[in-house]
Design a protein around this ligand. Structure first.
Ligand SMILES: Cc1cc2nc3c(=O)[nH]c(=O)nc-3n(C[C@H](O)[C@H](O)[C@H](O)COP(=O)(O)OP(=O)(O)OC[C@H]3O[C@@H](n4cnc5c(N)ncnc54)[C@H](O)[C@@H]3O)c2cc1C
Length: 476
């Protein structure tokens, strides 16, 4: 009996498997593809995901292979400067292609002992009160205590569970690929500037060695989007939209994507859960999908590990749906709004101009930017201090900094009083006595995902709160 089978070795699945391993849970990741894809979808990480990497000691690896850009211009592509005073130690976007993100996350998972099997497609599942039976395309049957479907937007796991996926189908489609262009850079720049004044779904981005990432609106919507376009189709659309095909040739890969917007009604059915694109899909405006999936995994990992390790308090595993479903619903909402603002209709263009004017107010700019970089999320932990339910940003301590103490994925009591104790939970929660000039609460209890579960200075109050997240105390 395997502890957890994760279907899908994309960024969500591999991140989840690592989080499980940190708690000693055995995770087997299956992917139907024999090799990782070469197609580059996401182009980077936003602040909250960079924080997540920092919390797990992966920051240096990501910074070494990424490029830092200023925050701003994400919301419907409306160009504005970075908002002032973003509440994060990482106020930048880390440009890093999705295949590199996946490689780094996979290396981390493998180092932690995650087993990955490629060329294994999940085609069937059934569950009973003790576990889940998974059936693979080659006829193999595997048994696990839990199964998590991280198998992308067309999730087989979601379909087999019969979970509703309401929303809107694709209405517009975009062709995307990496190819060589022979047109001189001045022509590219001039055409880009002219066409993008109205058509924001068109773009040409240099990747070096004469290769470019090219995106162009398709003519209609393909019946089967898993069939890539031909080079001839891309060139025809470039001619139609930009008036030139830039001498495009030698594509590395070609693909098409739509603007379907849907969310799974439930993230859990018994011993089977969904995360990442399997649970929610939306257009790539603002670059949020991969980030959202990584953050789903970060929320689910320790919950599921606690369940498997036998100390999860009642309802902990269901808090995954309760906390993460509204977050994705909000992303769906903002991508719908962005798509409207990018429409060429005169009414939408008028609203876009107004939103652009409003974004000159720093508060508005910050509000919309924080939605996308996901640092303002507050889970509903009930009434209390304004930090309660929010993730705590990295803060400097007398001895080092907070995120350096969270690499193991355990709970953490940051105690500036030196008078508190987590005895009884010491196997699950670290007690750090230190002080920070950046933190004006006497003590904060952090969950493994860095969200603040309690603030205060009263030991009895703390003892009342620990069981909610960390279960019953162990016998001394
Ligand atoms: C053009 C484009 C640009 C984007 N840009 C950004 C961006 O800048 N920033 C951002 O955050 N997001 C972006 N996204 C979204 C991002 O690519 C996805 O949200 C992200 O890949 C989701 O990760 P995932 O692991 O949940 O799913 P996926 O990456 O889709 O991985 C699912 C995995 O499951 C496997 N699988 C599927 N079915 C089965 C099965 N039955 N059995 C076993 N394995 C299976 C697949 O082979 C795949 O490896 C973009 C998307 C597109 C299309």
């Amino acid at each position: 009996m395997i502890d957890v089978i994760v279907a899908g070795c994309g960024p969500t699945g591999v991140m989840l498997a690592s989080e499980l391993r940190l708690h000693g849970v055995a995770a087997l990741v299956l992917d139907k593809e024999p090799e990782p894809t070469r197609i580059v979808r996401a182009l980077g990480l936003h602040a909250r995901s960079i924080e997540v990497m920092d919390q797990r000691g992966l920051l240096e690896r990501f910074l070494a292979l990424g490029q830092q850009y200023p925050v701003g211009g994400f919301f419907a592509g409306i160009r504005k400067p970075s908002p002032e005073r973003l509440d994060t130690a990482h106020p930048y976007v880390l440009g890093i292609p999705q295949p590199v993100i996946e490689r780094l996350l996979t290396e981390h998972a493998t180092e932690l002992g995650v087993e990955i099997r490629r060329g294994r497609e999940l085609v069937g599942l059934s569950q009973d009160e003790n576990g889940v039976t998974v059936e693979l395309a080659d006829g193999t049957r595997l048994r696990s205590r839990y199964l998590v479907g991280c198998d992308g937007g067309r999730s087989t796991v979601r379909k087999l569970l019969g979970i509703g996926f309401p929303g809107e189908p694709t209405r517009v489609e975009t062709l995307l690929g990496e190819m060589k262009l022979t047109a001189p850079q001045e022509t590219l720049d001039a055409v880009m500037a002219e066409v993008r004044r109205t058509q924001l779904r068109f773009g040409v981005m240099p990747l070096g060695d004469g290769v470019y990432r090219v995106g162009v609106p398709a003519d209609g919507v393909a019946e089967d989007r898993s069939v890539p376009p031909t080079l001839a189709e891309v060139k025809q659309q470039l001619l139609a939209v930009a008036g030139t095909d830039f001498g495009a040739h030698s594509p590395r890969w070609l693909s098409r994507f739509g603007d379907a917007t849907r969310q799974a009604e439930r993230y859990r059915v018994g011993r089977v859960l969904l995360a990442g694109d399997a649970a929610h899909i939306h257009p790539p405006t603002g670059g949020q999908g991969l980030n959202l999936g990584i953050q789903d995994a970060f929320n689910l990992g320790w919950n599921l590990a606690a369940e498997i390790n036998g100390w999860a308090p009642e309802g902990l595993l269901d808090s995954y749906h309760t906390e993460r479903h509204p977050v994705a619903a909000d992303v769906l909402n903002n991508t719908r709004a962005q798509m409207e603002l990018m429409s060429l209709e005169p009414g939408a263009q008028a609203v876009r101009r107004l939103v652009s004017e409003l974004m000159d107010f720093d508060d508005v700019n910050r509000y919309l930017t924080e939605k996308i970089i996901a640092i303002g999320i507050r889970y509903d932990f009930g009434e209390g201090h304004e930090l309660l339910g929010r993730r705590l940003r990295d803060v400097g301590l007398k001895r080092g900094r907070l995120y350096e103490l969270t690499h193991g994925g355990r709970g953490l009591l940051l105690d500036q009083t030196g008078r508190l104790s987590v005895a009884g939970w010491a196997d699950r929660v670290d007690h750090v006595v230190d002080v920070s000039e950046e933190l004006d609460v006497p003590a904060a209890l952090l969950r493994p995902d860095g969200h603040v579960a309690w603030v205060g200075e009263d030991q009895q109050d703390l003892l009342g709160r620990l069981p909610r997240w960390f279960g019953a105390p162990s016998r001394q």
